[in-house]
Design a protein around this ligand. Structure first.
Ligand code: KG4
Ligand code: ZN
Length: 337
């Protein structure tokens, strides 16, 4: 069976063509991710209206690209999976209605997919040996949560951020240090060049169950402001601050993940979302409570459509499909799927 995946929830326009082989395995025939970061960079963050219009321009080309590249015809598709939420409403609508149109015109089943479920189950696509149940830390620009993943459609929440997401904290700190948007990965790359720092940032929320990054963000902002002038003279100062910032964010993630592992007695952990590409996080998590840790491939840490196609394929196996009288859901907690 062939499944087309479409992802337009934020600022990446993505499509993928996935084949479920007769042996029950999965093969990505083609995938494209077209990032809009250049369009949003002058504004220092994603501009929703601009993002929707970029999706309108790019989506037909991106979908056409993966169809042609995989050498299959639309008629051969067994399903179309499309991100239904959570995300920016206008952006989601572009992808959802586009998918619906192909589905109606070619009589192909439509599957509206939760974006976070894409990150959570998509790890299995890259790691065929990973089996249920497992604990999943989703860390992206918009989400930071720890989930118990028992099966397709059976996910419960253990911890979630009560304010900012870890990726957002990376990006906003990067912006303070003078990196253009999206600066999270650039801050991380600079931090990796250093092995110590005279700065120590607060280790927040040790006792409560959820994550919180707003206090840390304020502390980072005060630290950078205090040293703004000195940064001009001392060329290494920015790097030592980046090191301290990365350590504080990664420490918060490791601490809460370790707590959740103890509480759930999990033996397998998956880490997904843009921040799961972080080298320091990958290094420190290896020593965590003796569990086996799984990551997506580096290109699948970020938003992509292969993960959406994979969830759709899994839901087709369960004879599910989404009605045409449905629409997007911009706030859609994973545990309610
Ligand atoms: O999953 P994703 O592509 O989009 C969302 O759904 O948000 O994640 C993007 C986030 C951004 O905040 C970006 O700064 C962060 O992932 N990110 C990183 C790294 N690479 C991407 N954060 C820390 N270290 C990295 N290497
Ligand atoms: Zn995402």
């Amino acid at each position: 069976m062939y499944v087309l995946g479409i992802e337009t929830s934020c600022d990446e326009t993505a499509a993928a063509l996935l084949e479920k082989t007769p042996q029950g395995g999965f093969k990505i025939l083609s995938e494209v991710v077209s990032s809009q970061w250049k369009a949003h960079q002058p504004y220092g963050g994603v501009v929703p209206e601009l993002a929707s219009r970029e999706h309108l321009d790019n989506l037909p080309l991106v979908v056409n690209n993966v169809i042609e590249d995989s050498n299959i015809k639309l008629e051969q598709l067994g399903a179309i999976g499309v991100t239904r939420g959570p995300g920016l409403k206008g952006c989601l609508l572009v992808g959802y209605e586009f998918a619906k149109a192909i589905s109606v015109s070619r009589k192909i089943p439509l599957l509206g997919v939760n974006h976070i479920e894409g990150h959570v189950l998509g790890v299995m696509l890259d790691n065929p040996t990973l089996t249920f149940p497992y604990l999943c830390l989703v860390v992206s620009g918009g989400h930071t949560e720890i989930l118990e993943v028992k099966d397709v459609g059976s996910v419960s929440l253990m911890a979630r951020t009560i304010d900012d997401a870890a990726g957002e904290t990376f990006d906003k700190s990067a912006n303070l240090l003078g990196f253009p948007y999206p600066g999270g990965a650039k801050l991380a790359a600079l931090a990796d060049d250093y092995s110590s720092s005279e700065f120590s940032l607060p280790r927040v929320m040790r006792k409560s169950a959820g994550f919180s990054f707003s206090g840390l963000k304020t502390a980072i902002s005060l630290l950078v402001e205090k040293h703004r002038e000195a940064m001009v003279v001392d060329v290494d100062l920015r790097g030592r601050m980046a090191f301290a910032i990365q350590e504080a964010i990664v420490d918060a993630l490791i601490f809460k993940l370790s707590q959740a592992i103890k509480e759930s007695r999990a033996t397998k952990v998956a880490i997904t979302g843009g921040v799961s590409a972080n080298r320091r996080l990958r290094e420190l998590v290896q020593n965590i409570n003796g569990v086996k840790v799984y990551f997506p491939t580096l290109d699948h840490c970020m938003d992509n459509a292969a993960m959406i196609a994979y969830v759709a394929a899994k839901r087709v196996e369960r004879k599910e499909k989404t009605d045409y009288n449905t629409t997007v859901i911009s706030r859609w907690p994973i545990e309610s799927v």
